[in-house]
Write a protein of this length. Sequence first.
Lengths: 1186, 458
Amino acid sequence: MYLKALRNSWPSRRGLPTKTLLIMKLIILLTVIACVHATAGGFAQTVTISLKNASLETIFKEIKKQTGYNFFYNYDWLERANKVSIDVKNAPLNQVLDLCFEGQPLTYEIVEKTISVKQRSLSNQPNEVDPSIVPIDIHGKVVDESGKPVPGVTVAIKGTKKATTTDENGEFTMNRAESNTVLNFTSINMQSFELSVNGKSDIEIKLKSKVTSLGDVTVEYSSGYQKISPERATGSFSVLDNKLITRSIYSNILNRIENLTPSLMFAHGDIPSNSSATGITIRGQSTIYGNSDPLIVLDNFPYYGNIDNINPNDIENITILKDASASSIWGATAGNGVIVITTKKGQTKRPQISLNTSVTIQGKPNLFNVNTISSADYIDLEQSLYGKGYYAGYFNGNPYFPAVTPVVQLLNDVDSGIVSSTVAQQQINAMKTQDVRNDETKYFYRQGVNQQYSLNVSGASQNINYFMSAGWDHDLGNMVSYQTNRITLRSINTIKISKNLFVDAGINYVQGINQNGNNPGQNYIGANVSTFYPYAKLVNNNGAPLPINFSYNNNFLQTSQNVGLLNWQYYPVADINREENKVKTRDYTANIAFRYKIIPSLNAEIKYQYENQLVDGTNLYSDSSYYARNLVNIYTQVIGNGILSFPIPIGGIIYYQNSELVSHQGRAQLNFTQSWGSKNLLTAIAGTEIKSTVTTGNSNVEYGYEPNSYTVQSLINYNINYPFYGNLGNGSIPVVQNISKTTDHFLSYYSNAAYTYNNKYILSGSVRYDEANLFGVETNEKGAPLYSFGGAWLVTNESFYHFSWIDYLKIRATYGYQGNISRLTSAYQTQTYGTAVNVPVVDASIKNLSNRNLRWERTAQFNTGIDFISKNKIISGSIDYYQKNVKDLMGQAPIDPTYGLINYSGPGFFYGNVAGMKVNGTDLELNSRNLDGRLKWYTTFLFSYTSSKVTRYLMPVNSSGSTYLNASSSINPIVGKPLYAYYSYPYAGLDPSTGNPLGYYQGKVSNDYASMATNIPLDSLVYNGSAQPVYFGAFRNTISYEGFSLSCNISYKLGYYFRKHSYDGGLPTSWTLNGDYAKRWKQPGDEKQTNIPSLLYPADPNREQFYDYSSILVERADNIRLEDISISYDKDRSKSSTLPFSHFRLYAYMANLGVIWVANKDKIDPYYNNILKPGKSISFGLTVNF
Amino acid sequence: MKNTSIILVVFLIALQIVACKKADFLNAKPDASLVVPSTVADFQALLDNDIIMNGAGNNGIVPGLSEVGANDYYLRNPYFNSSMDLISKNEYTWAENPYPGAYINDWEYPYRAILASNSALDGIQKILRTKDQQIAYDNVVGSALFYRAFNFYQVAQVFAPVYDSITANSDLGIPLRLSSDINEKIFRSTVKQTYLQIINDLKQATTLLPVNPTTGNRPGKPTAFALLARTYLSMQDYTNAYLYSDSCLQLYNLLIDYNFLDISQRLPIQRFNKENLLNAILIGAKPVLYNSIDSSLFNSYASNDLRPKIWFGTLANTPHLKCSYDGSGFPYGGIATDEIYLIRAECEARMGSYAAGMADLNNLLEKRFVTGTFIPYTAINSLDALSQILIERRKELLLRGLRWTDLRRLNKTPQYAQTILREENGTTYTLQPNDPRYVWLIPDPVIGFNPGMMQNPR
């Protein structure tokens, strides 16, 4: 009914029977109007030609060469034109043209620098059958100068109200038009053009971009459901075109888009990213415990695979959807913004082969960026503590056999009379000169090398567009033994089956292998110590690996060795290659889409995508690995004198972890585009979408792995509770047998529409209804309708607009809702199953208590903005202001532990829609063309301001302020403050007589640390400020001359804080201390030079906590950094005909270049706050197009 | 036109299929391992979670505070200095507020088990008690009531004052969580209400639980009787304590003959041994884990007494708990028949039938001494019997989470009251009988969540 109604309303002047139309033959074949865009000026206005019996085409070419004027013409007409003989010298252009057109059935018109060839009035052609009496269906395609289809062009029949619009392929159909119709093509961003159809039913029109369009090459916004021309958008989008994406060389696509667009922020260093896998926030964080990652859409469908599986070399452009109008079409998953990645498609008629290769060298990281106590200081401290009996508990048969450092062991050996004190002192003095970071740098780290190769072939013929690519990436990481390999194969084709039916088919295959050994680097190494002692030596003087003291003390190791257990020592350097951790990912994606044009203004499409991702993880601990030896030893049973049994067989241990993701996504959508009266344009889409993602997983362990025979031991008794060797406890052999399955089901309905009046006023609206299998909520409560609407006004298209210095000005405003999903809880009480520890029965534990009022999180966003381009594009840009009101946030409300909902470690909580936030901010992008001659200098300035505040949170403020003093990444929301913020104890300097740090308690200077730890209310703490940048952006300059281009990007993040690490006066708990130890208060008077407290023995944890969280250690994190420098040289065959390929590009790229300025006085780079600092990287690459 | 119709038809059919299957599609379980409990087996599984209900896997369920402050062990100074965190040190030295601001497992773990019990009780009400699942159904209800009582009892031993029949109506007890509803108000009941609830739950449980539970993790009817006996003993209601200890032993009275244990083994006692009525582990308080056995207590074992050889190893040249009734080195906090023998013996002595009491004591001790060497103890009167039984009670039940309660209740009688001492780094710490610190502070966060809640006095 709907369709019928539409057809009836279709404006048609003459209703001829369909049969007649079918019988009718096509009179004229393919028509091409060619147009070559103008090259830079400097051509003559006079012409010198001498030709005999030349075709008009030949003459036109010659004129173009001499004058730079372009011709618009129709080949068919030229064929019918008479040949011309002409001989002129320095004749004015119009004189020459008049000569050429004399006696021809054609005439011409000059508009700017374009000469349009037109037919003379048809009545002057008596020989022609008057075609106007025969109505025809006109089908056409509108392309731009580069051959890309132009959607949204209004095609109107001159003198009537009949009009249509080109679709996203630039195509249009005009039914039952008179064959002598003159078509009028108008578009916001293209120059208008008139064309007399002259009986042809299949035409291709090349339009020129208006000078007033947004950029050099206008890239459309892609929402994942439709393409929107920038001029017609009301929402807030950003597009990163291919040029920007290829500016950097990262093999992860997301890394390539940092600092290139406002509002997009990447987490670095202390900036927390609690529930995010990508570390990306768009316009600030608008969820507390929900997923904070933006939705990533690859072409048409949300992408749930590993982002590393996308080869950036296959990407054409990326659209970022920021406000509600742009993203609400994605409904309940769009709350964090949407990143739409569009892949390359075949476009050019000539087959194109493109080859890209690059190599990146990444320098070794700087381990000395971690402020660590010197070996000498540490040894002195150990000696002093030993004298005070601090280590007494480690000797004399402690049942837990903790290891001690070599110095402590030596001191004890001296006391036990095993070693003489002079020998010990000699050894100790030698150890004072060792720094483990030297060995770590040498044996754990290396220069990283990343290689990328990519090859693609693409092209387009009349009925098929194709794109095929293959890529290989090989990355040897900075840490020895770490490497990744990625192979990507991709094919995507569009086939035109009939005039109205198109099929898109694509296949994508990715195989990634990620592997590493047991390289601890500078990280946690396990057991009861977390670091190597500062003077650890990892190899001997000959470079042979040495064992380090680790887990068990020497006496214990010696006894176990004597009993006949396996060697129980840990050799960090040798152990690197004794483990092999490998994750192999294979990802297959296949998609198919049918597009069918029902009537010219309405087409239907059905899309389907299948994805299968297999992740195959293996951790292989060889029999020589510390891990395997340790486990075997622990379970060893001493049966009698010298008789041992090994419940865990001697050999290697393998863990398997496999998972599979199967996803089906389907979509049926109707696209409607209709214009009428040459001033009205309506575009609308409506569709339904279904999605099912099932992830299954399993894991297992095998003991007794023997690599030679490739066997494992299967007869393991998992039921016996074994006493561990050496009173280390007891337990049964660990079983790792897990299966898991998660299912995500979504069913959605959506629609949006945009209406443009007279190319000046645009109204848009969208609505989406999502349903999902969010567990336990009854089906009828699952839906979450989310909507948006907006408007835009193209001021420069007003007749009263007369300012000559702004060529383009658009004002827009939108409002609407985006959603976010949290799967943290459910409406019903649920439990998970397992097996009891001590008896073989099924047991269960409560996962969550019932909460029937569960809703999805909603973000209401208001956005208003201006887009502008000044005259000659000297300055262009956009400014956006937004306000987000985030409601129904899923909050982790801490709960009275008396309710019994507790964690294994720490306070209990439950989840509910208990919180709210307000975010507001500004995004600004300014582009300027400072020089635009042969030497070009372009500048882009990006600025974002985002401020967020918690507006509602169920939990009362804890009476003890110290609860809020923790690492920045933990969340303790306070109403009126940003989600992530620093608080600290007010600091009052060091006590001049003791070196104790002083604070304030009940208004007075105090060292009552215990009271401060418990009784200081939050409002007596210092509120330092946000832990996330409030202002951030980038400043990019590109200078180019001929083919050379130099670009450098400077980024800045301002208005936030970080907590410095320092020495807090405590004792070593993990075999190391902060290097500020050397600057500690030692004697009265030191307090004038230092703020580092004195060493206190015995330790007072409250004193340490006070200092660690005192205001003296909170610093401004503001920084400006040189992000990268990119240098490239491009050469095109059009400029140099001797080039064996059509285009090549040589480039170099430097990154990790460090800070230019930091606000804190210690010059700490807040990105690497006392952690490893990555080395600088440099890349070289080559792209060749054939 | 034909094509169009076909596509539309296909499209509509597809939509219809989706619509028909929609309910199924949207009701798919997002995580296959998540279950909305709805069967008797689901609730039994909740109660069979031995980590939560029994403290298995060294997690613990019985508050470590029931032993930390008691005097059956001490900490060697090096451990006190180097291995104890601040809270452990504070607890060990009876600091006024040992754990300021901290969340304390001793409160949380019992209430977690109480939640599981309440969930089972609330959930099973919605299921019909049909004939073919009566036994399983009753076991769930009985077990849930038992566990709730067990945990109320344990919390009351450390966070509420000892039962005093004169003041029980006004003394503040513990919050009694009686449903799984997250909106239930939390407030402190009186001591009387606390104990009444424990007793009522247990009495009801005795009518539902089987005499012989299928695993050592599950309570049976004798277990419920045993806990009733223990509860009445802590209330100094010796008549009822006698009654229920007797009821328990009537149904189940097995003892291990220590002569049959292999002393050469590091862990000679099995978990789920024959004295075990319910396996439970003490929440691992650090001081208790590093225990050295109180010297006078250790020296009080006779040379032909097998117990120290079975139980103790050596840690830093001092005796140290090596093997508990859990069959591991972790302190056992469950219920075993030896305790019930001792309860009956004590009650008999207190009620005047001291000969019966001595008989019960000798029955137990005979199994602890080298065969043939045990000379039965004798008493001249009830008081003498009681003194001997109390001494033997301490020697038999050390580090089982019982000593703190015993100290609290015995302090009520001046004759048995004692001052206990700690000494570390030259400082002597003293805990006088009936000191307010015999009631540990309710964790600060609990008070924080319930601003009106009264903290225990200091």
